[in-house]
Ligand binder design. Structure first.
Ligand code: NAD
Length: 300
């Protein structure tokens, strides 16, 4: 069992840290928000008074933070955790962040004599609570080998994607597919309605034909055909528009930096941007169908 310092006890980090505690590790958490610290302590986690205290003596440091600047700030900026944790500790960053920051964090960790991986997740708050997350991991073989058994206690699928930053690359490529495919499925439902084709008929045909995809089959954006999809509960998330927009922006940033042509990804980012600007950033991302239908926020 390991001694783990866990930074970022928000919607995702708190249940993840609690799963590690349940698995028998010694876990000390920290968050800048006193509300997050209080909720974590009430759930049974030991919460430190500072980030430094949380990682002091830790063999493993896990971060689950909003963006690249927070991770760099924690690693080598104001919090300087790379200078606080014992030499040779393993740093696992589970946040979704830009690739440049992920690579900078990895380089800083190596320079400080630490092991590190970027290990963003898919599976949302439900996956974090149920320890069924998918982890996409970037980093050296030795760091991955040490991280894998820890990640297995928070998730069910752990994929080593390659060197530093490739976990983040896998995450933003996957979510670019998801954002684009949800818009495609939404457009098909809008067109079907104009043509007098019922939603159920379109679903029955397309879900078993070449239009079949996760956005249609599992997460159908209109109420009815898939009773468990967010469309049946007024688009309560799930995976919020704001988080999809964050990931689409990251993929566009990476496209520009690498020279990749991703015009559909650019269009998807713009559509989610407009929908969020109308005040719907908190809805599930499948609600984009309501924007396409001209009834923003209300099922077609
Ligand atoms: P959240 O806002 O609920 O939690 C983030 C927490 O980090 C906050 O409590 C904040 O106070 C804390 N924080 C910020 N800077 C800190 C620092 N320097 N030290 C300690 N704590 C600090 O966000 P979340 O939903 O838990 O998401 C966390 C990450 O996981 C994000 O990168 C997000 O993109 C990613 N993610 C989220 C989901 C989801 O469904 N929520 C799914 C997949 C990935």
């Amino acid at each position: 069992m390991s001694t783990i310092g866990f930074l970022g006890l928000g919607n995702m980090g708190r249940p993840m840290a609690l799963n590690l505690l349940k698995a028998g590790h010694s876990v000390v958490g920290f968050d800048l928000s006193s509300a997050a610290c209080k909720a974590s302590a009430e759930a049974g986690l030991t919460v430190a008074a500072s980030a430094a205290e949380a990682v002091y003596g830790a063999e493993i440091v896990i971060t689950m933070l909003p963006a690249g600047k927070h991770v760099l700030d924690a690693y080598s900026g104001a919090m300087n955790l790379l200078g606080t944790a014992p030499k040779g500790a393993l740093f696992i960053d589970c946040s979704t962040i830009d690739i440049a920051s992920a690579r900078a964090a990895s380089a800083a960790a190596e320079k400080a004599g630490m092991l590190s991986v970027d290990a963003p997740v898919s599976g949302g708050v439900g996956g974090a609570a149920g320890a069924t997350l998918t982890f996409m991991v970037g980093g050296a073989d030795a760091a991955f080998a040490k991280a894998k058994p820890i990640l297995e206690q928070m998730g069910k699928k752990i994929v080593h994607c390659g060197g530093a930053g490739t976990g983040q690359a896998a995450k933003i490529c996957n979510n670019m597919i998801l954002g684009i495919s949800m818009i495609g499925v939404g457009e098909a439902f809008v067109l079907a309605k104009k043509l007098g084709l019922s939603e159920q008929a379109l679903f029955d045909v397309a879900s078993t034909s070449s239009g079949s995809c996760w956005s249609l089959n599992t997460y159908c954006p209109v109420p009815g055909p898939v009773p468990t999809s967010p469309a049946n509960r007024d688009y309560a998330p799930g995976f919020a528009v704001d988080l999809m927009l964050k990931d689409l922006r990251l993929s566009q940033e990476a496209s520009r930096a690498s020279g990749a042509a991703t015009p559909m990804g650019a269009a998807a980012a713009q559509l989610f941007e407009l929908f969020a600007a109308q005040g719907h950033g908190g809805l599930d991302f499948s609600a984009i169908v309501t924007f396409l239908n001209g009834t923003p926020g209300k099922a077609p």
